[in-house]
Write a protein that binds this ligand. Sequence first.
Ligand code: FEO
Length: 171
Amino acid sequence: MLNREIVELLNEQINKELFSAYLYLGMADYYADQNLDGFENWFYVQAQEERDHAMLFRRYLQNNDEKVTLLAIEAPSNSYDVYEAPLAASLKHEQFVTASINNIYAAAYRDKDFRTMEFLNWFIKEQGEEEKNATDLIRKFELFGSDAKGLYMLNQELLGRVYAPPTLVFN
Ligand code: FEO
C-alpha cells in the first residue's frame, strides 16, 4: 500500500501529463496553421511522449493495487503572437512539471517510500532531458529563426524528429 498523499500526487500527475500532451498538441496545431510542418511535427511527437508519461503513472498506481481517478483536463491556449512564443512557453511548462515531480519525490523520500523513489528516478532524468530539449530549441530559434532561409532549414531539421516509446516500460 502506498501512502494516501503519494497516491493523490501520482494521480494528479496523470492529469498534468495529459494536460502537457494537450498543451503540445495545441502548439502543434498553431504551427500547422502557420505552415511550419517541422515545428508541428516536433510538438506532435512531444504530445505523444506526454501521453506515454501519463500512462506510466497510471500503470504504476495500478501495479500497486491503487485506483486511478481520471480528472478533467484543462483546455490549453493555442493562440500565440510570434513563432517563438510556444518555445518559451514549453520551457516554462517543463520547469513546472519538473517541480511537480520533485515534489512527489520529496514526499516519497520523507516517507521512505523507496519503490516510488525508484519509479520516479526515470522521470527525474527525463525532466532534465525535457528542459534541455526545450532550451536547445529556443537557442536554435534565436540563432536561425529571424532569417527566412534559417527558419526554413530549422523547420526541415525538426521534421526529422521521430516518436520513440519510453525506455521505462512495465506491463
Ligand atoms: Fe512529461 Fe514533458 O514532461
